[in-house]
Design a protein around this ligand. Structure first.
Ligand code: GLU
Length: 466
């Protein structure tokens, strides 16, 4: 069987993690089986659809590297004739009918049913015909259980009568989701429909439409919900935002792919890091859980850091440069070597690339810090600080420009630091160079800053106590 999967986002919101996961699982399964993966924009809800969202979705998928086949993008709004053809067929065969009830009447009926705690449904007086305007509904004569086999949950069954004569289209050119999705999945020969578990209640309706049209059903796999860390519905705080925000924050697409793959799926062992190729090979429906998958941003951060650590140094430098303010980018444009040395000093601490500017700012501008920060453990005497910094100044001054390396500086300064106390000497030295509580070691930084800058900064620190 030719495997064909799809992602069918509605452009009524940004590409969020849930849709990205559905896309990823569908893509992995298609790739694994040398099948096809299709992108279909479900824009039948004209009021809520917006090209801005379509762009966000496409940009996000592209950035993640989830590519769709044929490079074709299907839009439901461009396929209205197709749905109309099938609607007419059902109307002619008297399997569908027009319902002329007003919205108010239907709302009132709904309200009464809810009051009686009945499932809201509409069994229409027009179901045998007679009206020729209004909503188009399926004549649901099925009285038994509608069953389908979910690849993750096994058999799911619904009482068909509870669905009533549900709606298919607002009119011939305005199909509703459940109808359009069935026609499209059929026309595009989708073999496996993979989507979020919030769509389970839609599936029996789709099965009834398939039966009415006498067309085959695809296989279904409904993915578990994605939950916030407190196991409630995922919110902004948990990272429920556009995938493109992760790009802007400087997450690595491969890391995000790896992280999203583990939202409800797991590998054979307790392994956490999977490359794209490994995911394609390992993916399997048997290892998708039924229960909700917790979105843990700390785990994503950990994973991103690991990915950055294992990246090629040149790639890290290149990506990191994009996150710098323009003026700094100008500085390094002609000095790639300097930038590589700077980034090498901090790369193991980068969680996401947007961290980079604050890790490296002191290489581009004078450090700015309260003089109290110079005190080792916050309680060193000013006279000791001044004494140590002056000594460091002399020792560093004795190292020639051309020999100003980490090793040579260590050789000059360490014996003094050992004698006077490492923290007492190295802490104020380090702070004088970067003005930060955390940074790389003072010798590494000094070597990159260069002799004259080091001497200037150490003197400026002394001057703070002058
Ligand atoms: N347009 C639907 C959504 O965005 C697609 C559901 C489906 O995959 O059938 O949720």
């Amino acid at each position: 069987m030719q495997i064909r999967t799809r992602i069918a986002p509605s452009p009524t919101g940004m590409l969020h993690v849930g849709t990205a996961r559905t896309a990823l699982f569908s893509w992995l399964f298609a790739k694994q089986n040398k099948g096809e993966f299709v992108l279909r924009v479900e824009d039948t809800d004209l009021e809520r659809s917006d090209p801005r969202f379509e762009k966000d979705i496409i940009d996000g998928l592209r950035w993640l590297g989830i590519d769709w086949d044929n490079k074709t993008l299907y839009r439901q709004s461009e396929r209205l004739e197709l749905y109309e053809k099938f609607l007419k067929k059902l109307l002619e065969e008297k399997k569908a009918f027009y319902c002329s009830h007003s919205e108010e009447e239907l709302a009132r009926e709904r309200e009464e049913q809810m009051k009686r705690k009945d499932a809201p449904r509409h069994i229409c007086e027009w179901r045998e015909g007679g009206a020729n305007t209004g909503i188009i509904r399926l004549k649901n004569n099925f009285d038994g259980d509608i069953k389908f086999n979910d690849m993750i949950r096994g058999e799911i069954s619904f009482k068909a009568s509870l669905l009533g004569d549900f709606s298919l289209a607002k009119h011939l050119q305005a199909p509703l989701y459940n109808f359009a999705v069935v026609i499209d999945d059929y026309e595009m020969q989708i073999s496996h429909v993979i989507r979020g578990e919030d769509h389970i209640p839609n599936t029996p309706k789709q099965v009834l439409i398939q039966q009415a049209l006498n067309i085959p059903a695809p296989r279904y796999a409904h993915l578990p919900l994605i939950l916030g860390k407190d196991r409630s519905k995922m919110s902004k705080r948990d990272g429920a935002t556009s995938i493109n925000e992760y790009k802007k924050d400087g997450y690595v697409a491969d890391a995000l792919i790896n992280f999203i793959a583990l939202l409800g799926w797991h590998g054979r062992e307790d392994r956490e890091i999977f490359s794209r190729e490994e995911l394609v090979a390992e993916f399997s429906f048997e290892r998708i859980q039924k229960g909700g998958a917790v979105f843990d941003i700390d785990k994503l951060n950990w994973m991103n850091k690991e990915y950055i650590k294992s990246m090629d140094a040149r790639d890290v430098a290149k990506i990191a440069a994009d996150f710098l303010p323009t003026e700094w980018r100008e500085i390094i444009k002609n000095n790639e070597k300097l930038w590589t040395r700077i980034i090498d000093l901090v790369r193991d601490r980068i969680v996401k690339f947007s961290d980079v500017p604050e890790f490296v700012d002191y290489f581009f501008q004078n450090p700015f810090y309260p003089k109290e920060m110079l005190r080792w453990k916050g309680k060193q005497n000013a006279s000791d600080i001044v004494r140590h910094l002056n000594k460091i100044n002399d020792l560093a001054d004795s190292v020639l420009d051309s020999n100003f390396t980490k090793e040579n500086l260590e050789k000059e300064i360490m014996p003094y630091a050992e004698k006077e106390g490492r923290g007492d000497v190295l802490w104020p030295f380090r702070v004088s160079l970067c003005g930060k509580q955390h940074s790389p070691g003072p010798f590494e930084m000094a070597a990159v800053l260069g002799r004259s800058e080091v001497l200037t900064r150490v003197k400026s620190a002394v001057a703070l106590f002058g």
